[in-house]
Write a protein that binds this ligand. Structure first.
Ligand SMILES: [Zn+2]
Length: 128
């Protein structure tokens, strides 16, 4: 993590990128997003990392928490799914704002796929 090459962006610009990434998803996906909040945080908490079994020093760009749609039998009266996009983590992984645009989009697609019940192994196979 070299701070010297890290790209930075205002929170407003970053949130706008997340909104654009969601808007760029196929219409069919947007219509099917169900009971999910998408938010921006700067970094994951230690608790979030621990829950995912991710070491403290690794970079987590986005996080999906919730009940995937494929697992929603008897689903009701539960908290919405939550997708969090981590601005600082993404900035640390990127040297330019163009890179941030791409990484935000990839991260949004990846986490939305989890909402639809596609796991990491399957995403890997798809190159996502
Ligand atoms: Zn994942």
């Amino acid at each position: 993590m070299q701070d010297s090459v890290r790209a930075r962006m205002s929170i407003e610009d970053f949130e706008q990128l997340v909104i654009e990434a969601i808007d760029s998803l196929p219409e069919e996906f947007i219509k099917r997003l169900d009971n999910v909040d998408i938010t921006v945080e700067s970094m994951p908490t230690r608790a979030q990392l621990a829950q995912q079994g991710i070491p403290d020093d690794s970079l987590l760009l986005g996080l999906y928490e919730g009940v995937p749609m494929t697992a929603r039998q008897n689903y009701g009266f539960v908290l919405p799914d939550k997708i969090t996009i981590f601005q600082e983590s993404i900035e640390m992984a990127c040297a330019t704002s163009e890179e941030i645009v791409h990484v935000v989009r990839d991260t949004v697609v990846h986490e939305v796929a989890h909402h639809f019940g596609i796991d990491d192994d399957a995403l890997h196979a798809l190159g996502l």
